[in-house]
Design a protein around this ligand. Structure first.
Ligand SMILES: O=C(O)c1ccccc1N[C@@H]1O[C@H](COP(=O)(O)O)[C@@H](O)[C@H]1O
Length: 214
């Protein structure tokens, strides 16, 4: 099956739906400007039920060492998703500070945006291609915008990568067909309102991932 990450989970019911539905990755957004924000200690309590069932991902934006320390000692995520302007050198520090593997989000609008990929291929365990947020947006991700999926077609990459940005249960099949992605990430596309995850939409997305493979 296409590996799915459901991101921005904040309740046990929606996390359970993601786990039962077969999500391989589940994400906590630790970024106060986000409607999905959860404090590291609360995330640790919530995501305890995911241990051994899916990889736990902490999504952060240019985190300082103090926040990383709180995340490492409470949530102890399998992955830290860097969704800001972090450098490969900072990613190495984050890895050393937390012991977590690194997912690096790269914002894509045009072909030239892939220039950052070679530097990140060694510095990150997994890349995540997301749309560039609209101008003036306070959020670097989680805004439901997609990029031109044809930019991914026939792109030989020496790294594992997620397709992200504006995916939902209705467009996932087409996105997979065009990009050939084997890993996908969704947040707002499985919500009924910003920050409010919806169990039927989570199920629909996971079903669409299964059907795409069939
Ligand atoms: O979801 C958020 O609020 C968020 C905040 C800050 C950085 C990243 C965030 N989410 C990530 O954005 C992408 C795409 O989201 P969407 O499906 O388009 O809503 C995804 O990687 C989330 O992990």
């Amino acid at each position: 099956m296409t590996e799915v990450k459901i991101c921005g989970l904040t309740t046990p019911e929606t996390l359970e739906a993601a786990l039962v539905g077969g999500a391989a990755y589940v994400g906590a957004v630790i970024f106060p400007k986000s409607p999905r924000h959860i404090e590291p200690e609360a995330a640790a309590e919530l995501f305890a039920m995911a241990r051994g069932r899916a990889a736990v991902v902490a999504v952060v934006v240019d985190p300082d060492d103090a926040l990383l320390g709180r995340i490492a000692t409470s949530l102890m995520p399998d992955f830290i998703q860097l969704h800001g302007n972090e450098t490969p050198q900072r990613a190495a520090e984050v890895r050393a500070l937390t012991g977590a593997k690194i997912i690096k989000a790269l914002p894509i609008r045009e072909d030239a945006d892939f220039a950052a990929v070679p530097a990140w291929t060694k510095a990150a365990d997994i890349l995540l291609f997301d749309a560039k947020p609209p101008k003036g947006s306070e959020l670097p991700g989680g805004v439901g915008h997609s990029f031109d999926w044809s930019l991914m077609a026939n792109r030989a990459l020496a790294a594992r990568w997620f397709l992200a940005g504006g995916l939902d249960g209705t467009n996932l099949g087409e996105a997979l067909r065009i990009t050939g992605a084997s890993m996908v990430d969704v947040s707002s596309g499985v919500e009924s309102a910003p920050g409010v995850k919806d169990i039927p939409l989570i199920r629909k997305f996971l079903d669409a991932a299964r059907q795409a493979l069939a």
